[in-house]
Design a protein around this ligand. Structure first.
Ligand code: IP8
Length: 256
């Protein structure tokens, strides 16, 4: 089984509320089907979740009453994106079933403390691909919170030991500096021992911090027989190649 995250940046336009990249989504689902691999899909929320969740501070938990209206709207909007993903998967020939984190994940202090792994395993046994996504979720310490697709990926990788973990993004992989810098170069492979020596260009602090955080999370998902990759889903064929274990341009994270 392979764990795949379809990033919100590749299946939606993150700058425009509820803007789906339908063609890209359809092609990615066809590549998943063509690979012939069993998958668990996690997708990001993109512009169906981030804009409103940010404006109403949903990740911080219950602060004021009008957050509730925003929370239910975010929950509804990410479900709409999830339906688009399910439709594209079904049209491609895959058999998906949706497991919304708002119904099957519990958080505490913004960290996942409970997921119904048995349910996921039961669907896999039936040849059904579970689909989860960045969502709102109950949080035992702050009422509610945001459960991101990356947090779900980490929890699933730890428990279900997939043979590969693939993050599908809108960039070729992890760059050695801000990707908009013309001198930016792709880092092809990262090992845990590289992390502390890696120097990131620091003129955009958030981007640098973001890359390090993402790498640290990816390192947490690898194992002796398990690599973790980030690839560009806008380039046709890369996801299919990565799923089949063929050479695919991207950043691979593997053990020392
Ligand atoms: O797009 C965020 O999940 P992500 C979920 O995987 C929401 O970071 C609702 C903003």
């Amino acid at each position: 089984m392979i764990l795949v995250k379809l990033g919100g940046s590749v299946i939606t336009d993150k700058s425009q509320y509820q803007m789906l990249h339908h063609d890209v989504l359809v092609r990615l689902c066809e590549e998943i089907y063509d690979s012939g691999e069993d998958v668990i899909i996690v997708h990001g929320a993109g512009s169906f979740g981030h804009i409103m969740a940010h404006d109403h501070r949903i990740a911080e938990g219950y602060k004021y009453e009008s957050q509730i209206k925003a929370l239910v709207t975010v929950s509804r909007d990410v479900r709409q994106l999830n339906l688009e993903v399910l439709d594209a998967m079904i049209s491609a020939g895959i058999s998906p079933v949706s497991l919304p984190p708002s119904a099957c994940v519990v958080m505490r202090d913004r960290e996942i403390v409970e997921i119904d792994f048995d349910r996921i395993r039961s669907y896999l046994k039936l040849g059904i691909s579970p689909v989860m996504f960045g969502d709102v979720a109950l949080d035992e310490s702050q009422g509610f919170s945001i459960c991101s697709g990356d947090q779900i990926m980490e929890a699933l990788a730890r428990e279900l030991l997939p043979k590969r973990v693939i993050f599908v993004s809108d960039i070729d992989g992890i760059m050695d500096r801000d990707p908009s810098d013309p001198g930016a170069a792709l880092i092809g492979c990262v090992r845990p021992s590289d992390l502390e020596h890696m120097k990131f260009h620091a003129h955009v602090k958030d981007v640098t911090g973001g890359i390090k955080k993402k790498l640290a999370a990816m390192i947490g998902m690898i194992g002796p027989d398990r690599t973790c990759m980030i690839i560009n889903g806008n380039v046709p064929g890369r996801l299919k190649a990565a799923l089949r274990g063929d050479e695919a341009l991207g950043t691979k994270v593997e053990l020392d």
